[in-house]
Design a protein. Structure first.
Lengths: 361, 201
């Protein structure tokens, strides 16, 4: 805010009170944008630690196997997602687990024990899911939805306990797994392998739910950072302020600062191992998705800033429109015909003529 | 939630005053434009109603006693809203050299680059969107908290199943905190505390 030197650059030909009003309101918007920007960075920092921890857990390979239609993370877009999308898949997975034929397993007793222990929850989950699903068209019943999620969580905890006692205790190797995948690419996995995939997928869905929730928050924050900046730039270029050039320079510096923070977070997301597994990209590498996301988030603020500073670009972008910022940066000053139209429209054309002739005299 | 609801209401209220006050100058001047009077009156009523709602939201001091930062933020928002309304009305009502009249006159020429209401309106929209975004965020955190409490009451501790992932992860997952507790405990001055509150320390 200090960069703007608002008490000097926001000077207008209005009464001084108006200038001071702007000096009070504009920093408030910049303050809100800065706070949201901090929230965005901190939220990612916290979440990044969690993702790093998740990468050290044996569950990590399950994220690579998740189908891509389920595992997108809603940062860039807010698609009209079906309610209970992940929960439906988790329920399917649970049902597959319940009906799994353990005859070909090395230790069928372990599976039977697990089935026995999750049976009461599985029944309740199926009942709750039906109840929630029936009212999906109206509004999801939060209490029942929370019960459903608790049930799924309870089952996940039991499956994790089972995995910790069996498969995860045996250990694994990423290289070995890659080789195994190559070998069994077109073959049906062995029963033990299939069971492990089912169990891990169910647990991975719980994490995926959480990851998606955090990404929704991040998108929410990022939305305001962009919109707040754009509105501030437009408001500064929609009026003939004295320090027009300096406002442009200060806005560019602000965009650079905000953009750097956002770009660092987006690059971190692209490099993150778990998110790379989910989106089938290479970890520790900034790929195309980073540039696409950057363009998606950065293009609009950058264009707004450039359009507010370069009249030629402004005319090109907004040709056919009569935006205030177009006028202010290209041909400063009020149009007489516009005023006449407005006063004619409100039935005060004659009165306007009289007043103007009086003023001229 | 209350403070962000207040912010939403106040920003719409200020926008209503900024849009409506220039109409008051022209109200009753000509019989051909009765709609000006109607809109001026409607805008005035709307602005009053919105400020009334915001006042009602902040009325009980018990709501603010629990959180000093929230109270500071609400007070700041009220000060900005009051300054906006007072300055705007005073600008429109200035009679010397018909300054107020020409000020209101330019408010109608929205695309002229000298409409003084456009920058304020855009900034009000930005603040409105900010409060909406914060409301959405608070709602998400609240829902998550309720879900966790419900799960705990059923004997299920709803955390990402195995391992704890350290205290920072716990804070992110269960307490809905989006930022670490860093310099709030250093006893910094009130404005910094208000910033800290918003950053959800």
């Amino acid at each position: 805010v200090l960069l703007f030197v608002p008490w000097r650059t926001l000077r207008t030909f209005e009464l001084e009170r108006y200038d001071w009003l702007l000096v009070a309101v504009l920093p408030t918007v910049y303050w809100a944008t800065a706070v949201t920007w901090m929230q965005f960075l901190w939220c990612w920092n916290e979440f990044h630690v969690f993702l790093q921890w998740l990468e050290t857990q044996p569950i990590r390979s399950a994220f690579s196997r998740l189908p891509k239609e389920i595992s997108w993370v809603p940062l860039v877009t807010d698609p009209p997602e079906r309610a209970l999308f992940v929960s439906t898949r988790a329920l399917d997975c649970l049902q597959a687990l319940e009906s799994f034929d353990g005859s070909g397993l090395k230790t069928p007793n372990t599976l039977e024990r697990l089935k026995e222990s999750i049976r009461p929850e599985a029944k309740e989950i199926a009942r709750l899911f039906l109840e929630v699903d029936q009212k999906r068209a109206e509004a999801i019943d939060r209490v029942k939805y929370d019960d459903l999620q608790s049930g799924l969580q309870s089952v996940a905890a039991k499956i994790v306990a089972d995995l910790q006692g069996t498969s995860w205790q045996e250990g694994d190797s990423d290289s070995l797994e890659a080789e195994r995948e190559k070998a069994t690419k077109k073959k049906k996995p062995a029963p033990d392998e299939a069971l492990l995939i089912l169990k891990e997928e169910f647990v991975a869905f719980r994490y995926l739910m959480f990851i998606r929730q955090v990404f929704r928050d991040l998108r929410n924050l990022l939305g305001f950072i962009i919109l707040g900046f754009i509105l501030a730039v437009i408001s500064l270029s929609s009026y003939t302020f004295q320090g027009h050039r300096w406002i442009g320079v200060a806005s560019a510096i602000a965009l650079l600062a905000i953009g750097t923070g956002v770009a660092v977070v987006l690059a971190g997301m692209d490099r993150d191992a778990i998110l790379s597994r989910i989106s089938s990209t290479k970890p520790d590498e900034v790929g195309v998705t980073f540039y696409l996301r950057l363009a998606q988030f950065g293009a609009l603020p950058l264009l707004t800033l450039l359009a507010s500073q370069f009249p030629a670009l402004n005319r090109f972008l907004f040709s056919g429109c009569n935006q205030p910022w177009r006028r202010s940066s290209s041909c400063r000053g009020a149009s007489n015909s516009d005023d006449r139209r407005i006063f004619d429209a409100i039935g005060m054309g004659e009165w306007r003529k009289r007043v103007l002739s009086g003023v001229r005299r | 939630l209350r403070v962000f609801l207040t912010a939403t209401t106040l920003s719409i209220g200020c926008a209503a005053v900024v849009l409506d006050a220039p109409l008051w100058v022209f109200a009753g001047w000509t019989a051909r434009a009765r709609w000006v009077d109607v809109y001026a009156a409607l805008g005035g009523v709307l602005a009053l109603a919105l400020f009334g709602i915001a006042g009602k939201l902040c009325w009980k001091s018990a709501n603010w006693r629990r959180s000093r930062n929230t109270a500071i933020l609400a007070a700041g928002l009220w000060v900005i809203a009051a300054v906006t309304v007072c300055v705007w009305v005073s600008l429109v009502a200035t009679t010397s050299y018909r300054t107020g009249y020409f000020f209101a006159y330019r408010c109608f020429a929205l695309t002229s680059a000298v409409a003084p209401n456009i920058p304020i309106l855009l900034l009000a929209i930005a603040l409105y969107y900010w409060s909406l975004m914060q409301l959405r965020r608070e709602k998400n955190v609240e829902e998550r908290k309720k879900g966790i409490q419900r799960a705990q009451s059923r004997g299920v501790f709803r955390r990402p199943t195995h391992g704890q992932g350290g205290p920072r992860v716990r804070r992110t997952v269960f307490e809905g905190r989006l930022a670490p507790r860093t310099f709030i405990s250093a006893g910094l001055c009130a404005p910094v505390r208000a910033v800290a509150h918003l950053a959800n320390f």
